[in-house]
Design a protein around this ligand. Structure first.
Ligand code: GDP
Ligand code: MG
Length: 484
């Protein structure tokens, strides 16, 4: 039975165990609801790293504010709903509906005079296809406006509540600071329910600024992301790193025909004027430069795309004669958003069941810690699932391999990395085979690999960590063979 199925069975046992215990029953109800809800993905990182802008880009709508407002002060969830509504959740209380305010560049809730730390979260319900796939959690940021805010964000992500809030984390950095690393390490407490390399990824945010807004800025940012991907310390913290220019990404979703016409006008300027116009932020809005192009429109474009985005858009239209729709697509691809969405889809959405099951296990463990049950059945059940679920063994293997605790030759390491970085994905992905989907070849390959890793596990001189790792690998292949 899948881990997901086993956790559902544990929930049944827990419900029987806590009959007549209202608080535990309420927690269990939340855990159960959560198993069928969309995956919860938190966007974390320091203040001003570009989290809210990235969230808007991912949804394709102006939701999260950058400036001061209630939703920048508190952890805010954006979740799919049938209508436009908002709630505030005080610690330990029922959610209360509040008035949702739609502004031009964001949404907010009517201020309620709440003190910092008074609310556990704000919840914004929004009908959106993207949010049906995953609930996005915006956080005020660490090392943040006030110490209190930083702490409440941390409490939210570290799951001090009875149900841990996020199943996966997108961690946004500009440059990876010592404090980022410490925070990520704290998140990666070796305990089920908390982020693991498999459910967290690093975004190098505001990527256009890395190359100082030059047209090749994204290449420079991609190199930084590549360096993080290779860094052994970072590899233990996140599955991968992707560079994204959130502003350009979001701007690409909001581009109109009018904007496109303004850019087209820019491409028709004489080369000197064109260069002067895009020289600096001040020049873009200087009415003395390119007087034929409406300054208000230029300012709008600047706010939407930033200087780098404007330069990129101008170049893309000039060279490719792109239409408005084609320009939006090209900007989105250049911004890194498509790549981020692909990675989120592969790493988070595709393995949502494993990630949710893992979160639920963490919550159940906290529940039995808080209200120790009178019989052993539940605790024994939790221990059995934890020890027996092969998905957990694979997660531990991933950590061991990334941490360098397992001694493998480079080919073996490559193979294991492929296997563990695709936990929860279909067999063909996990094998990383070139032989396509031919079932006979796949089975033959699996049998060969099982034999090889079984022998590896039984080598008398193998150190225990490597032997254990080899036997997890063999079991993974056996599981794939049984399914094939
Ligand atoms: N140049 C540039 N500016 C950005 C980008 N993303 C965000 N910003 C700006 O950086 C500031 C902080 O962004 P915000 O998303 O609110 O960051 P948060 O505090 O992490 O939520 C805002 O002024 C944004 O317009 C980006 O990709 N490029
Ligand atoms: Mg923000």
């Amino acid at each position: 039975m899948s881990l997901f199925g086993q956790v559902l069975q544990l929930l049944e046992i827990a419900e029987r165990t806590y009959v007549g215990h209202p608080e535990a029953t309420a927690t269990l109800e939340r855990i159960r609801v959560r198993m069928v809800e969309p995956l919860r993905v938190a966007i974390a990182g320091r203040v001003k790293s570009g989290k809210s802008t990235l969230l808007n880009a991912l949804v394709g709508e102006p939701l999260a504010a950058s400036d001061v407002g209630e939703c920048t002060r508190f952890v805010t969830w954006y979740q799919a709903g049938g209508s436009y509504r908002a709630f505030v959740q005080r610690h330990g209380r029922e959610a209360e509906q509040v008035r949702l305010i739609r502004r031009t560049h964001c949404v907010d809730v009517e201020p309620g005079g709440w003190a910092d730390g008074e609310l556990e979260r704000i919840v914004v319900e929004w009908p959106s296809r993207r949010l049906r796939q995953m609930t996005l959690i915006d956080t005020p940021g660490l090392g943040s406006l006030s110490a209190q805010l930083g702490r409440s964000t941390e409490a939210q992500l570290l799951g001090e509540q009875d149900t841990s809030p996020a199943d996966a984390v997108v961690y946004v950095v500009r440059h990876l600071h010592g404090s980022d690393v410490r925070f990520l390490e704290a998140l990666h407490d070796d305990d089920v329910g908390r982020p693991f390399p498999v459910n967290s990824l690093i975004v190098v945010g505001r990527a256009d600024e890395i190359g100082a807004g030059r047209l090749d800025a994204m290449d420079a940012a991609a190199r930084v992301a590549e360096r993080y991907r290779r860094d052994p310390q970072v590899r233990q913290l996140g599955s991968t790193a992707v560079a994204v220019a959130g502003l350009v990404a979001f701007g690409s979703t909001q581009l109109t025909e009018e904007h496109h016409r303004t850019i087209l006008d820019q491409t028709r300027l004489d080369p000197d004027a064109a260069q002067m116009l895009l020289r600096s932020v001040d020049d873009v809005v200087d009415p003395a430069i390119a007087p034929g192009i409406d300054v208000a429109r230029r300012r709008e474009l600047l706010n939407l795309l930033g200087l780098f985005g404007m330069r990129l858009a101008e170049r893309l239209v000039a060279e490719g004669h792109l239409s408005a729709a084609e320009l939006a697509t090209a900007l989105r691809v250049h911004s890194g958003l498509d790549e981020l969405q692909r990675v989120i889809g592969e790493q988070f959405v595709a393995r949502a069941e494993v990630l949710k099951a893992r979160s639920a296990m963490g919550s159940l463990k906290r529940l039995v810690g808080r209200f120790p049950p009178s019989s052993d059945t539940l605790v024994a059940g939790i221990e059995r699932v934890e020890a027996g679920a092969h998905e957990f063994a694979e997660l531990r293997l991933l950590l061991a391999v990334r941490g360098g605790g397992v001694r493998l030759d480079p080919t073996e390491e490559h193979e294991v990395e492929q296997l563990v970085s695709t936990i929860g994905l279909p067999a063909i992905e996990r094998l990383g085979l070139d032989c396509g989907a031919d079932p006979d070849l796949t089975r033959h390959e699996l049998v060969t690999r099982i034999g090889r890793w079984r022998r590896r596990a039984e080598t008398p001189l193998a150190d225990p960590a490597t032997a254990a790792a080899a036997s997890v690998v063999a079991r993974s292949y056996e599981g794939l063979l049984a399914e094939s």
